[in-house]
Each structure stands twice: as C-alpha cells, then as structure tokens.
Unconditional design. Structure first.
Lengths: 558, 280
C-alpha cells in the first residue's frame, strides 16, 4: 500500500500513459492443459477493458487470475502482472488477502451464490471494510447503508438488515457491486456482471459501473455479450481458446472487426437486421442466406388462448395473480414471440398452454376445439400436437436414459408410432440427423453432450411426435452466441421445412425480434402490448415496451 | 492417495484401499453365508469337553467356549443367521418404507399430512422399545426378530422415500414425459420410481449393517435367537457370564460384528457417492 501511494503521486499527471494494471504473457494451465496461452493486456484508470469470449475461451480464468482465485491445481505464469507498481505475479495467499477488496474489487456473475445466504446484506458489504481494518463496527454499518444507497438500492437501511435471498436478483447484484467498491478499489474486475439480469436491471447495473468508471476506477469486464460490452467498454479484447484474437478500441472492433472470429460472433447476434435470414453464414464475407418460408395460414388459429388467468395463493394466504387476462392466437407456420422480464408470467403462460398448469380462468383452444378444459384422459392422446423445448434441456431428460431412448419414447407417443424396434431406431437416427446430430449420439448420455447438442436432442424429442405447435421456453438463453445462432437457425430451418408454429418465449429482445412474426409483450402477468414484430419494435406504444427498448444495449452496426 | 483399480479399466472405477478392504470383508461374509464349510473344517456344534475355554491359538484362532466348541467355526456359521436377519429386516423395512413413502409423496394433501405425522411419531419411538414390545407379545424367534427390526427401522426410510418422491416429481423430465402424453402411471413407472429409488440402493447396504447391529443387540439381551444358535448376538449373550475369565468369547464375535458393520457402511457410502456422482 505505501509503495503504491508513493507511486500514485508520481504518476498523477501521466495517468493516460501509464496503465494501472499491466499483464504480460499470462499463461494459466490446469493439470498441464493450458487454458490461457500467453495473453497481454492493460487496464487504465477511468477506462473499461472488456474481455469477450464464449465458454471455454479462458476469459473467466483470466479474471480470476487477477484476484488470485484460480483455485487448486492451477499454474499461473507470466512475465509481468503489475498493479500500480505492485508486483502481482506471485503474491502469497496472505498478500492476496490485503489486495483483494482493497486494491481490486471483484464482482461475480451470480449474486445469489456469491453472497452468504445466512448473513445480513449490510454485514456482507461491511465485511471487506472489517477485514481491511476500516473504522469501527458502528461506522462500518453506517458506511454499508451509504454504499447501498449509492448503488441505488431503495430503503438501504431496511435492505441492509435483510438476507440475500430476500432481495431480488437486481438488488443482490447491486449489493455485490456495493461490496466490491466498498473500499474504493483502483480496479474492479467484473465477471459477467449482468448476465443473470433482466434488460432493465442490466441497464441500471451498467450505469452503476459507468459511474465508478467516471470516478476514475479502472474496470475489467468479462462478458460473452457484445452488446453489453458496447455500452460500457472503451477497449475490447476478444478471446478464443485462451488467446486474444483481436484487441482494440470498442467501436473499431465492433464496427470493423478484423478477425474472422469476431466477425462471426457479431454476425451471430440475432436482431431485427437478421430477421428472415440464417445467422450462420456459409463463408466469410458472404451474405446470410434468406429463409424460404412456408406461407402463414391466417384462416383459423392452431392455438388460441382466451382470457387466461392464474392465481396462486401464497403461504401468507394472499392471492397472487401470476397471469392476468392473457389472450393470443397462433396461426399455422407462424412464430409468436412472448417477451417479458422475469416474473412477467410468460413461463406460467407456457405451462397453461401445455395444460401442465390448470388456469384459474379462461381456456386454451387447439384447432378451435377445447384443450385446457378437457379431462386428462381425453387430452392425453392430443398431446402429440404440442411439443415443448425448455431452457435447460438436461433437466428435462431422465438422467438414466441415453439419447436414443429419449427420442424413441417421444416417437412412440407420436402420430405414427414405429411398428418395430428397428423402425424406431431408424426414425430416431433420421430425427437426430435432422437436428444436426447423428447415429453416434444414440447411445450417448445427455450429460456428456455439450449444451448445444443437448438442446438439439430436446428439439429432436419435440419434433418426434410430429406436432403442429412447439412451445419454446427460453430455448437459447443458456447458450453461447455462436451455439445460439446454430440452434435458432435449426429452428427456423425446421419451420421452413415442416411448417410448424412456434410459441417462442424469451427475455432477449434481439432473439425475439429475429424469430417472431408477431409479438406479445408481458409485464406482471398482463399483456401490455401486442402486434406485428416490426410494428412493436419500431413504434412501441406502451411506456413499458419503450423502456425495454431503450434499455436494450444495441450494437452500432456498420 | 494410492489407488488400485479392481474393475475393468473401461469403467474407470478407482477403488480406495479402504473400499477394497471392505469389499474383501463383505466377500468373506458372503462366503460364510453361502458355504461356511469353505472357511472351516469343523462343525459349529462339535462339543469337545477336553478343550473348553481355550484362549485363541493357531488351532482355535478365536478360542473355544465352555463346551469346547470352536468359536471361529461358530462365528462363521453364525453369519448366515445374522446376515439373514439383516437382509430380512432391511427388505421388510424397505417394502414398508417404499409403500408409505410413495403413498405420502404421491397423494400429498391430507393423506400426506396424516402419514407424515404418523411416521414422525414412529420415528421418534426407539426401535429397541418397539422391538421389545413385539417380542414380548410374540416370544423370541428368528421371524419375530426380523419383523421387529424391520418395522422399527421402516419409518426413517419411509421419510427418506417420501422426500425423494417429492423431489423427483418436480423434475423437468417428469413434466416432459407428461407433456408427451404419457399417463401418470407410466410416468411413475418409467421415471419417478427408478429415480426416486436410486439413492436408496446405497442406503440398502447401510441398512443391512444397521439391522445386524440391532439384531445382535436384541440377542444379547436374550430376546433374539435362542442358544445354541451361533447367531452373533447370541454368541455375545452366551459369553457374557465368563467375560472376566475368557474375554475372547466377547471380544471375537464383537469384533466381527464391528468389522462387518463397518465394511457394509463403508461400501454403502462409496456406493452413495458413486451414484450421486453419476446422477449429476
């Protein structure tokens, strides 16, 4: 500390030139396998460096190296890691403890697991203060409340006395940020700080980090989301397989990417510009192929929701209306997008449409005939007409079943149940090929497949009974951008080929705009706006839709 | 830690020394149950009044009792009854537990509430007391002992089964299966039952060891299988009178009970970890 304060005085007027943090030739390996392969970067005061990449790129490991939390079994080597003149290349665990929280603040992705569930939020925030010997118990408690206030937490004195699980995701993430900046660190390392958050909350958290940046804090943000990066970062480093493939000022990199990988990443982001095209381009420079859609039949709706509502009675005996008077129609070959933030009732609506949840009022019609009001016995044989894909495919597979059995089981419930084992196998292979997998996956345990492959298996299962409607509940939310692009392409290809209708639920406005013909915007269980996708996106009438759209980080596209 | 691989390399099962030792002990026990003659050439009831109360030696590794019977042979032959009681009681306990646990977990509502309350009361009731009550009514015998220990330990397992059922019925794959149009019965048979039972497989091994201890305890109190049966608890009971002069009569069967239970428990734990690891 004393060294750095002395240095600070010297470097005061040369801030722009001398980086706060300099990392040269950083290499991290686990058990001999190198995951970070000699990367170099710098962070400057009042600037934000974003490290962007997909899972397995080594970006999170890099972030953890900066706070000495790479974990057991890791080997970190570098020519230089220097924070404000302080050598960080090989500090002892003891030295790290004085650096963490004080000189470097660390923000993790999931605040619910990063905060101790059993401690009050105020104590949690005061923890770094206590560890670094700041003030007295009483003054720390006051400071904690001030910090919560400074990160825009309403009623900070009340929230400080609550425990993490009593707060919403957004508030928890803000509390975590408050704790990370408690001692006003020179550098904040944020690992996917907004990934688990809704768009509007995400915007607030980004604003908060921007404020810290304006006060002179250097920020290193790790993210997979290029549009979030565009909003906060000054510089971007794109990582792939442990290497930085492209590095430069944010607007140069995003407008005019030099590396093919960066370009592919940018192309893969779904938005209104990608509507009607595939996201994955056949080769560099070529235009994305356009879809050849089967015409939408607006005669009679395949699926119709009529004034659905669902009321749950909480443990406190208070009724909560989760879905409130929701109506919509879905036509053959069409994609209807339902967009809303967490708690808007979109997943409950999906459950009602699937008749897995009984509505309190209203009904769902299938081909104009009763569906949700049918007795279970008469509904079961009709279930083959509606398929479903969930956000987390793995949990929707029986852990004991291999891929083949999952698909064959769905085939057996379909319109044309296979007559023999060999016929079933043959059709399962054909389905797997249709979704980009193959015969070799028949005996695979879903657990061993990648996230994208798991979702493909889920799609194969949904297609197996030959349904007219597939409910897609956040089907790509857990996937990397490039995998997301492949899965979305697969879904649009299948629609063009089979004329299936999608009820597509997502919190991601870009994905919704890319996929949907018409959109329903939900908030607090109600439909606040609906209409043609372009209409809603370009001329939003409801203030909530307008707010959503302004909160949406948009890439300035060339 | 050093680890030796016993299973085919393809399974990549790494076996710790403690597990290997447990496996060996359990294997010996199984041999004793199925073919006790392999482990000893004597007969368990062979009386030899020339050599009574001999301390352990090469010809009598566990010593002899007051009738000159070889204690080692008696312990080997006793394994069948002790293990039989352990397995029988566990099987009974599991059947009761699965029936009650599934009924409570599937029915929910008032049925669940009532069953859960009853199970909680039964769970709070000491197993030994319950067993004593039963034996007092029916008189000591092998069957009574099995029933007593089985019923006594069922409530604990039933609570576990219920918890598993409640947990598994929330799973995404249950919903997916319903959404495919399977009947409730098919969903229970295909997904709910096997997945809810999965952690119980490991519990089973633990439970057998547990039941052997209970049964030995009962026999020691003179409430189990009657002498001259070489059941381990009965051996303990018989040796009690001469504990000061011939302590091996207590120590040897006691050690075997401890080793058997420890080995079963260690195996159960290993199995539990393996299955949990495989589940996710």
């Amino acid at each position: 500390m004393t060294v750095s304060t002395a240095l600070e005085a010297e470097t005061e007027d040369t801030d722009e030139q001398v980086p706060l943090l300099a990392v040269d030739n950083l290499r991290v390996s686990f058990g001999g396998r190198e995951v970070v392969k000699g990367i170099s970067f710098t962070a400057r005061r009042g600037r934000c460096l974003a490290i962007v990449g997909e899972s397995g790129s080594g970006k999170s490991v890099t972030a953890r190296t900066l706070v000495g939390l790479t974990g057991p079994g890791s080997e970190v080597r570098s020519d230089r890691i220097e924070l404000d003149g302080l050598d960080l290349s090989a500090p002892s665990e003891r030295a790290w403890r004085s650096i963490r929280g004080c000189d470097i603040g660390f923000i993790l992705q999931d605040a619910l697991v990063s905060l101790d569930q059993l401690r009050r939020v105020g104590d949690e925030i005061a923890e770094p203060l206590r560890v670094h010997g700041w003030g007295t118990a009483a003054s720390r408690a006051r400071k904690a409340v001030d910090l919560l206030d400074s990160v825009g937490v309403p009623e900070p004195a009340v929230k400080a006395r609550q425990r993490p699980y009593e707060l919403s995701g957004g508030l928890r993430q803000r509390a975590l940020i408050a704790s990370a900046i408690a001692l006003d660190p020179k550098l904040v390392v944020a690992d996917e700080p907004t990934t688990a958050l809704d768009v509007t909350v995400q915007a607030q958290v980004l604003d908060l980090l921007a404020e810290a940046k304006a006060r002179g804090t250097a920020i290193i943000m790790i993210s997979h989301d290029l549009s979030v990066v565009a909003r906060l970062a000054d510089e971007v480093a794109v990582m792939r397989d442990g290497e930085i493939v492209e590095h430069g000022p944010v607007h140069e990199v995003l407008r005019d990417p030099r590396h093919a990988y960066t370009r592919a990443l940018l192309d893969a982001i779904p938005s209104e510009h990608t509507r009607g095209t595939r996201l994955v381009r056949p080769a560099r420079g070529e235009d994305a192929p356009r879809r050849t859609r089967t015409p939408i039949d607006r005669g009679r709706p395949v699926l119709e929701a009529k004034r659905l509502s669902k009321v749950y009675r909480g443990p406190d005996k208070v009724d909560r209306t989760v879905v409130d008077d929701v109506s919509f129609q879905l036509f053959a070959g069409e994609t209807l997008g339902i967009v809303g933030e967490s708690g808007s009732g979109k997943t409950t609506t999906a459950g009602i449409v699937l008749s897995l949840i009984a509505p309190t009022a209203g009904e769902v019609l299938l081909h104009g005939e009763a569906w949700s009001t049918l007795p279970p016995r008469r509904r079961r044989p009709l279930r083959k007409q509606i398929g479903v894909i969930y956000q987390d495919p793995l949990s929707s597979f029986d852990p004991r079943w291999p891929v083949g059995r999952i698909v064959v089981d769905a085939l057996a419930m379909g319109r044309r149940p296979p007559s023999s084992r060999s016929a079933a196998r043959e059709r399962a292979v054909r389905l797997l090929e249709q979704v980009g997998l193959g015969e070799q996956h028949l005996d695979a345990a879903p657990l061993r497949l990648s996230g994208g492959q798991q979702q493909r298996v889920a799609i194969a299962r949904a297609l197996a009974p030959e349904p007219e409607v597939i409910i897609c509940d956040e089907p790509v939310s857990a996937l990397d951008v490039s995998i997301q692009a492949q899965v979305l392409d697969l879904l649009t290809d299948l629609q063009d080929e089979l004329g299936v209708s999608y009820l597509f639920i997502s919190h991601d406005l870009g994905v919704i705009h890319h996929m949907s013909d018409r959109i329903v915007v939900m908030k607090d269980g109600r439909v606040v706006e609906s209409g043609a996708a372009d209409e809603v996106f370009h001329r939003p009438r409801h203030p909530y839709t307008q707010r959503l759209l302004t909160a949406l980080p948009l890439l300035a596209r060339a | 830690m050093t680890a030796l691989s016993l299973a085919p390399a393809a399974l990549r099962l790494r076996v710790r020394p403690a597990t290997a030792l447990s496996l060996l002990i359990v294997a010996l026990l199984v041999v004793a149950v199925l073919a006790p003659g392999v482990l000893t050439s004597r007969s368990p009831n062979e009386i030899d009044l020339q050599h009574t109360l001999l301390s352990p030696s090469l010809s009598h590794p566990f010593g002899t009792d007051d009738a000159g019977r070889d204690l080692y042979t008696r312990v080997v032959y006793g394994a069948r009854e002790s293990f039989g009681i352990g397995l029988g009681a566990t099987a009974l306990a599991m059947v009761i537990a699965v029936l009650l646990g599934f009924t409570a977990g599937l029915a929910r509502g008032i049925v669940d509430t009532v069953l859960t309350r009853i199970l909680e009361v039964a769970f709070a009731f000491p197993v030994l007391l319950l067993a004593l009550l039963l034996i007092a009514i029916r008189g000591p015998s092998l069957a009574t002992e099995i029933v007593a220990v089985g019923i006594g330990s069922a409530p604990g397992y039933a609570r576990m089964v219920r918890g598993q059922v409640l947990h598994v019925r929330q799973a995404g794959y249950i919903q997916s299966s319903v959404a495919l149009g399977h009947t409730w019965w098919a969903v229970i048979r295909q997904h709910l039952f096997p997945n809810a039972m999965r952690p119980l497989v490991a519990m089973l091994t633990l439970a057998v060891g547990q039941s052997i201890v209970w049964a030995s305890g009962l026999a020691f109190l003179g409430l189990g299988v009657a002498p001259p049966s070489p059941e381990w608890g009965a051996l303990l009971d018989a040796g009690r009178v001469s504990i000061t002069t011939s302590p091996w009569l207590e120590i040897m069967p006691g050690l075997v009970i401890v080793l058997a239970t420890l080995a079963l428990t260690a195996l159960g734990r290993t199995l539990q970890h393996r299955l949990e690891g495989a589940a996710r």
